[in-house]
Write a protein that binds this ligand. Structure first.
Ligand code: NDP
Length: 483
């Protein structure tokens, strides 16, 4: 059985305490690897090597740091197949999805920030004839990047690439449910020639090594993606220590279908938004708001297509929906189906666990599920389920659609389907949502800020926001002598 390792000071190493956790493959339920159950002692080692590496990494020229990032991107691309296979095996997602989305996006993340770094500039002002003022942006030192299990390499690299680009040393903490590709990335940074200590990975559980990372006084900033409750716990520790924080948290995203939409493409994309990656994407559209005049037609098509989605072995290229991440998570998602019945909803399709045959007979599979008849304010329409469950909610007017869309504690993403340009602008402006898509879903220009409002988080990632987050601005004013 594969025994994974931490990556500290450029070396793969065993956890100090010698303890390991079992990693199960979601598609088969079998234990496939042992993951270091690291603790504060491992974290302390990572901090020590990062501290030692920081001065020379911070002094490395921008061009050189950019070249390191490009090299890492090229190596990820060269190892696309192994990485995609590992990502699919760890997460249960279809292999083709990891090949087409997760790993290519990790490549893009490194390339994007490598290029952006060369163009990142800070401002300078002349104050009449008295002075020049400019902003000096300096790396923070040691930063922590904590990633979830749903898009493990994609989201980890989205944090790590700008942190490295701006001259910081990184301690990364992947989810213990998806440890493999972070270790593979670590190996590739060695191949790319990244100096030891600049990038480190500590594996293990959030409450143990994650907490140690968050609480360490030398870790100056934390970029976290995960659940809202975890974000809250992190903020409670980090805020009194005045650490910089970005928290990318949960969502309960609306897909808003107006009667003037292009029906065919709207149904197609609403299905994709609801069920991609088994519904385990923070951006998934799990509440489908549909204008009453087309509700019946939409429901018919939507349910028929949800029912037709092929749930199967992630390695099979015809599989559209793979396995959920764990038995525990599957049970949580199923409990929401039960709750939806108690709350007066009607399950139009799915709602049950699926037992496959052969290799995947013990995997964590679930049928794509559609529920209607629930009040917008009920728990199922308020809480993040993070699985293949979508609810249908009819609305009559634009104002009602906006009120339903905004009527949750979350505010991460929304997609709006209409051919009316005025309405598109009006609705986009009114939505309490960090990301709004009009007539598309999950189409990202990496230059735009990314993040949520309300309980979906604080701070923004992406573009210049990431460079600003990972640097400390210092305002320098030089008086001009007039002798
Ligand atoms: P969790 O919040 O459980 O975990 C996220 C990461 O934080 C994991 O690496 C976890 O480690 C770690 N962690 C857990 N507890 C602590 C702690 N006390 N201190 C430090 N680190 C800790 O989220 P999931 O992994 O379950 O991911 C799913 C959630 O992520 C969903 O709510 C989803 O909406 C959200 N998400 C948000 C995105 C966004 O951009 N807004 C994007 C993708 C997902 P471990 O797993 O090892 O315990």
């Amino acid at each position: 059985m594969e025994r994974l390792a931490n990556f500290i000071g450029g070396q793969l190493c065993a956890p100090v305490g010698g303890q390991y956790l079992e990693k199960r493959e979601p598609a088969t339920g079998e234990v496939i690897a042992l993951v270091p159950a690291s603790d504060a002692r491992d974290l302390e080692q990572a901090v020590a090597v990062a501290r030692a590496a920081f001065p020379s990494w911070a002094a490395t020229s921008v061009e050189e740091r950019s070249r390191f990032l490009v090299r890492i991107a090229d190596l990820i691309e060269a190892h696309m197949e192994e990485l995609a296979w590992a990502e699919s095996r760890d997460t249960g997602k279809p292999l083709w999805l990891a090949q087409q989305v997760d790993i290519p996006r990790a490549v893009r993340n490194f390339r994007f920030f490598a290029a952006g770094l060369l163009h990142f500039a800070s401002e300078a002002y002349q104050t009449d004839s008295q002075a020049f003022s400019y902003t000096l942006r300096q790396p923070l030192g040691i930063v922590g990047c904590i990633a979830p299990w749903n898009l493990p390499l994609y989201l980890l690299t989205w944090k790590v690439a700008p942190a490295l680009a701006t001259g910081n040393c990184v301690i990364a903490k992947p989810s213990e449910l998806t440890p493999t590709t972070a270790q593979m990335l670590a190996r590739l940074t060695v191949e790319a020639g990244l100096p030891p200590g600049v990038f480190n990975v500590v594996q293990g559980e959030g409450p143990a090594v994650g907490t140690a990372l968050v609480a360490h006084p030398e870790v100056r900033a934390l970029s976290f993606t995960g659940g809202t409750r975890t974000g809250e716990a992190i903020a409670r520790v980090a805020a009194p220590m005045f650490k910089k924080l970005t928290l990318e948290l949960g969502g309960k995203n609306p897909t808003i279908i107006f009667e003037d939409c292009r029906f065919e493409v709207a149904v197609h994309e609403a299905i994709r938004a609801a069920f991609s990656n088994q519904g385990e994407i923070c951006l998934c559209g799990s509440r489908i708001l549909v204008q009453s005049s087309i509700y019946e037609a939409f429901r018919r098509e939507f349910v028929a297509r949800a029912r037709a989605l092929r749930v199967g072995d992630p390695l099979d290229s015809s599989t559209q929906q793979g396995a959920l991440i764990s038995e525990q998570h599957l049970q949580k998602v199923l409990s929401y189906v039960e709750l939806s019945r108690q709350e007066g909803g009607t399950v139009l399709c799915g709602g049950e666990r699926l037992w496959l045959e052969g290799r995947c007979r013990n995997g964590y599979f679930m049928a794509p599920t559609v529920v209607e008849g629930l009040a917008p304010g009920c728990k199922v329409n308020q809480e993040e389920i993070f699985g293949p469950v979508a609810t249908l909610i009819p609305f009559d007017s634009e104002d009602e659609a906006i009120a339903y869309a905004n009527g949750t504690a979350y505010g991460l993403a929304a997609s709006v389907w209409t051919d009316n340009l005025g309405r598109a602008h009006r609705v986009a402006e009114s939505l309490q949502s960090g990301v709004v898509w009009v007539n598309c879903w999950m189409l990202r220009d990496l230059r735009t800020p990314f993040g949520g409002m309300k309980h979906s988080g604080i701070g923004r990632e992406g573009g210049w926001e990431a460079f600003r987050f990972f640097t400390e601005p210092k305002s320098v004013t030089i008086a001009l002598w007039r002798d």
